[in-house]
Design a protein around this ligand. Structure first.
Ligand code: PEP
Ligand code: MN
Length: 338
């Protein structure tokens, strides 16, 4: 980090400031005295430096961060890919391990989730998804079955042996997640910092979706919240971002995959269902994501999409999913050789 000071700073303030940087933050300072200004180079872990606070100081002209503000998630400090294991189920994401998660947007009834679970299992999915707590834009839309939705997912897990992923919306719900294998933080909660901090204290993998209008850096800072608490099992999920385009529900940021690959060691999963919003666009995006190096996919699949209680328009039928899943596995073999 580089701090440029205005000419002739107040001596006492300057001394207090440099003492704070060296003694409180443990940084080493590199001084460069120019004709009209002093430049301070900060060496060490600058992730705790509050840029806004320093920029607001009377004697400070400008502050430039050279290093990213995230540390635990940063590839610089952890060059090898992280492999996130889903408990002892054998399912893994990252470091060459690829997994496909499939299932309905929402858990609706016992019959529906059992049919979907059996169908995606038969098609070769590694995990079952299904929302019990649903973050809906309208308060009048189906809000999810809540606790009984989790119970039905656990039933489907028992029946098929598939590990499950489902979304937590609030800290108070976490007591119901003991037997959930992977906890999803939805796009709308990506910056629910209290929730992220709490998830940092538990020993379970977290699927952190990208916010609708968040930058990659903000997303990595959210991962950092979880990791700073001690839980390093974070999987990032790109699910499309808001752009001016209306032909698709969101715009799938495929380029996030190579960008993240460079910046972080965490696995990256793509959700082509929420990204495109239409089942007909899901399949090509699965192939694009696989080619770009995704570590996994999360795909909405419903036994009867036209009758789904949420997101039916973007859900694949079990038949379509069977084809996509088989093709993606073949496709990966080719992508690996490139
Ligand atoms: C979901 O996965 O069902 C969901 C609500 O996704 P997102 O948070 O990405 O909108
Ligand atoms: Mn959905």
């Amino acid at each position: 980090m580089i701090i440029v000071l205005k000419p002739n700073p107040d001596k006492q303030q300057y001394e207090q400031f440099t003492k704070y940087l060296t003694e409180n933050l443990g940084l080493t300072l590199h001084y460069s005295q120019g004709e009209s200004s002093t430049i301070l180079g900060l060496i060490g872990d600058t992730s705790k430096v509050d840029i806004d606070l320093i920029s607001a100081m009377e004697m400070v002209e400008s502050v430039t961060r050279i290093q990213e503000p995230y540390k635990a998630a940063n590839r610089k400090f952890h060059p090898q890919d992280s492999v996130v294991k889903i408990g002892d189920t054998g399912v893994k994401f990252g470091g060459g391990h690829f997994a496909v998660v499939a299932g309905p947007c929402s858990v609706e009834t016992e019959e529906q989730i059992i049919i979907c679970a059996n169908a995606v299992k038969k098609a070769g999915a590694d995990m079952l998804r299904g929302g019990a707590f649903k973050p809906r834009t309208s308060p009048y839309a189906f809000q999810g079955l809540g606790k009984s939705g989790i119970e039905l997912l656990l039933l489907a897990k028992k029946e098929t042996g598939l590990p499950i992923v489902t979304e937590v919306m609030d800290i108070s719900q976490l007591e119901l997640f003991d037997d959930v294998d992977l906890i999803q933080v939805g796009a709308r909660n990506m910056q629910n910092f209290n929730l992220l901090k709490e998830l940092g204290t538990i020993n379970k993998p977290i699927l952190l979706k990208r916010g609708l209008a968040n930058t990659i850096q903000e997303w990595l800072m959210s991962a950092e919240y979880i990791m700073a608490g001690g839980n390093e099992n974070v999987i990032l999920c790109e699910r499309g971002i808001r752009t001016f385009e209306t032909a698709t529900r969101n715009t799938l940021d495929i380029s996030a995959i190579p960008v993240l690959r460079e910046k972080t060691h965490l696995p990256v999963v793509i959700d082509p269902s929420h990204a495109t919003g239409y089942s007909k666009y899901v399949e090509p995006m699965c192939y694009a994501a696989t080619a770009a190096g995704a570590d996994g996919l999360i795909i909405e699949v419903h036994n009867k999409p036209s009758a789904a209680w949420s997101d039916g328009q973007q859900s694949l039928t079990p038949e379509a999913f069977t084809r996509v899943n088989a093709n993606v596995r073949e496709f990966r073999k080719v992508a690996e050789r490139i």
